[in-house]
Design a protein around this ligand. Structure first.
Ligand code: G1P
Length: 294
């Protein structure tokens, strides 16, 4: 039976401590990259990959996310009256974009717990998980690339990329072997994985990046997984347990990833996205040139 991926889960209950004080009273997912909140990039990717149901796992202080994807009557009325047609189109596009369901993660107990919180809304079907912090600029949306692998294998698929040794301990790290098939050497079979290992214990330089396609078997497994690194229920630990039941793949996606949960990563993403914009690119480049950095 060929199953399709229709639902995309966005864990968005994290406290955003890396971005304090900006995140004291607003969700980190709403920080703008140029003029679009970080989470909207992920939602657009999921839609472009063919998902039509978005599930947000939120928490206290995250209502700005709900408002963002909702209709804003007052704003639309004002824009209409002022004949700001283009802005009106942009604003409407966001609320027209999707059907979003929200579920609250009452305590920040980890990524595995966030995914488990979406269980009832996902039901018994394979689904995608996107970590909004990882903004990936790609010709073919990364989730779409992964869905192709899923459609072929019907197995869970994790996005992966090579990471420098100095940074590896910030990630889930994979032990893999090359998979047969026609993905230009990008597809691996997962043998094992470990969450945030010390560099000398890392099984490879392949880090898990924030895009997953998961089979619903993950829910039972997660519900029996013990708390791991950092006192949190780790998705990586659940996936390692799932490996005992099911084959799983890692896919080295094509695209440029920005870790926007990190200040430097956020700045780099802002600059790169601004330079790519038709309306801002040229004057912004001119400005940067004039800084005469050496
Ligand atoms: C999470 C996961 C980790 C993964 C990373 C990707 O960590 O736990 O396995 O490598 O996302 O961005 P976090 O960045 O939330 O600490």
């Amino acid at each position: 039976m060929n199953r399709k991926i229709c639902k995309a889960v966005f864990p968005a209950a994290g406290l955003g401590t890396r971005f304090l004080p900006a995140t004291k009273a607003q969700p980190k997912e709403m920080l703008p990259l140029v003029d679009k909140p970080i989470i909207q990039y992920g939602v657009e990717e999921a839609l472009a990959a063919g998902c039509n149901q978005i599930i947000m796992v939120t928490g206290r202080g995250k209502s700005a996310i709900e408002d963002h994807f909702d209709v804003s009557y007052e704003l639309e009325k004002i824009l209409e009256e002022k004949k700001k047609t283009e802005l009106l189109r942009v604003v409407r596009q966001i609320s027209d974009m999707i059907h979003v369901a929200y579920v609250r993660q009452k305590e920040a107990l980890g990524l595995g717990h966030a995914v488990l919180t979406a269980r009832e809304l996902v039901g018994d079907e394979p689904f995608a998980v996107l970590l909004a912090d990882d903004v990936i600029d790609a010709e073919i949306p990364v989730l779409k690339q992964m869905i192709e692998v899923f459609e072929e294998t019907q197995c869970s698929v994790l996005a992966t990329q090579i990471v420098e040794p100095a940074a590896i301990s910030a990630y889930g790290v994979l032990d893999v072997k090359p998979a047969d098939g026609h993905h230009g050497g990008r597809l691996y079979e997962v043998l094992n994985m470990v969450e945030k290992p010390a560099v000398e214990e890392a099984p490879s330089n392949l880090a898990i990046i924030g895009r997953y396609i998961l089979t619903p078997a993950i829910f039972d497994v997660l519900s029996q997984t013990q708390v791991g690194k950092g006192g949190e229920l780790q998705l990586t630990d659940g996936l390692r347990a799932l490996l005992k039941q099911e084959k799983m793949y890692a896919y080295v996606y094509e695209g440029r990833r920005h870790d926007t949960g990190d200040k430097l990563g956020f700045l780099k993403a802002t600059i790169e996205f601004a330079l790519k914009r038709d309306d801002l690119g040229s004057p912004f480049k001119e400005y940067l040139r004039a800084l005469k950095l050496d």
